[in-house]
Design a protein around this ligand. Structure first.
Ligand code: GLC
Ligand code: MG
Length: 424
């Protein structure tokens, strides 16, 4: 969070399963649309927070399966674990507050009396979260009896039913809503309360997010019955909470537009962005997002195989610009673009996708910018990533031109042998 020295323009706090991630869309289109919108228009001055029921183990698994961006803050295990930054530094202060009237041993003992409860995987049992599966028809009764029993034993817990099957038991002070309130308080104390906050969710454990004061909320179109019911009973007159018409990340983008929280046109929804160049040249991050999107479309064969595109790309590079491939090989930028010619459509039918993460631009000297980012390529089921640094120079009358692109493999990608299809 130290990345931002002033208030975030927008803080998006989103659940993952069935909210940011659409498990019914193998192409991940709405997620990819969100990603390019975020990197294009928000990354530099806004905060991305993921708030998931998953434990750190299952969260990391999801990251391998889906093209998720790297959030600034990760809230896991239904608001019982908060971590910051790429290295996921835990917030110990938060954990300390959760021990109030909480005793894991007693929770385990009491839940043992309910044959309706089936314990979830070991990874999902956390210091401040005990999780079961329970049939929809039994959930209400079990919740009632269990709270009474735990209260009698001196505990103060919160029992949450989500997704029509999951039952979580947490300390009363935990949960996604409390974790968000804690985060907002922390940001406020640092003088950096976000200008706007948008909470996004689909199921029971997200309900609390929508009761945090002053926060906008979106329930995605595919929200679960238990969340819609909660909304009808508790929040239906709150104009700051909407039920989107679009599924998952599409619903998040829709809410950004409806609440007027900032740009809501994803670069992925623009079919010919190479044409709409000139006026946007002030932000070199935009150039990078647009270029890699073009590169994806070129290799998928979705844009015309036209010399005009290559000529326009070459025109935006210094004639002696250099590209350093992650293998270490150096080429001229212009030659690299010429090479693209033979790769047009080579990834057709291969579920080829390219996305960029953590695009951050800094002006290194007057008129010179360095843009750093992680670039990912997925082809069928293989994924590869590299850290990329692009140097841009402002040229009189031409806007920004590409001067140097330098890439190094990310840790996992180093182990893979074949780099023949990694062009740029
Ligand atoms: C995630 C967690 C699970 C929890 C559920 C609802 O699926 O893995 O433990 O019960 O979210 O919060
Ligand atoms: Mg969910």
């Amino acid at each position: 969070m130290e990345r931002l020295t002033s208030s975030a323009r927008l803080m998006i706090v989103s659940d993952l399963d069935h909210t940011m991630v659409d498990h019914h869309d193998p192409e991940n289109l709405s997620l990819l649309r969100f990603n390019s919108l975020w990197e294009h228009a928000y990354r530099r001055d806004s905060l991305l927070v993921f708030s998931t029921g998953r434990s750190p183990t299952l969260y990391k698994e999801l990251r391998k399966e889906k093209p998720l961006l790297t959030p600034d803050v990760t809230i896991m295990s239904v608001g019982t674990e908060i971590t910051y930054g790429n290295s996921m530094l835990p917030d110990h202060g938060w954990v300390d507050t959760l021990n109030n009237k909480w005793d894991l041993r007693v929770v385990k003992e009491e839940t043992g009396n309910f044959s309706e409860l089936t314990l979830q995987a070991e990874t999902e049992q956390r210091p401040h979260k005990v999780s079961f599966y329970v049939d929809k028809s039994k959930a209400h009764q079990v919740t009632k009896e269990l709270s009474q029993r735990l209260e009698k034993r001196g505990l103060d817990v919160k029992i949450i039913y989500s997704g029509g099957m999951d039952l979580d038991i947490l300390p009363q002070g935990a949960g996604k809503g409390q974790a968000l309130a804690y985060l907002l308080k922390k940001l406020k104390s640092e003088g950096n309360l976000p200008v706007n906050t948008l909470a996004c969710g689909d199921s029971g454990n997200d309900a609390e997010l929508f009761s945090v004061p002053d926060v906008y909320g979106v329930m995605v179109s595919n929200a679960q019955e238990e969340l819609l019911k909660w909304h009808a009973e508790n929040a239906k007159d709150n104009p700051k909470v909407i039920h989107a018409k679009e599924r998952c990340a599409g619903g998040i983008i829709q809410a950004v537009g409806e609440f007027k929280l900032g740009p809501n046109l994803s670069p992925r929804d623009v079919s010919d962005f190479l044409e709409c160049k000139a006026d946007e040249n002030v932000n070199p991050g935009h150039e990078v997002v647009k270029f890699f999107l073009f590169y994806e479309r070129w290799r998928r064969g979705e844009v015309e195989n036209s010399e005009a595109y290559l000529a326009s790309l070459k025109a935006s590079c210094l004639h002696d610009g250099v590209f350093v491939h992650p293998s270490g090989a150096e080429k001229s930028l212009v030659d690299t673009i010429d090479e693209l010619r033979k790769y047009h459509g080579d990834k057709q039918g291969k579920k080829f996708r390219v996305w960029v993460d953590q695009v951050l631009a800094t002006e290194s000297a007057h008129g010179t910018w360095i843009v750093k980012l992680d670039k990912w390529e997925q082809s069928d089921d293989e994924r590869r990533g590299c850290t990329t640094a692009v140097k841009f120079t402002a040229k009189e009358g031409e806007g920004l031109v590409w001067e140097r692109v330098e890439q190094t493999w990310s840790e996992e990608s180093k182990l893979k042998k074949d780099d023949s299809s990694w062009i740029i």
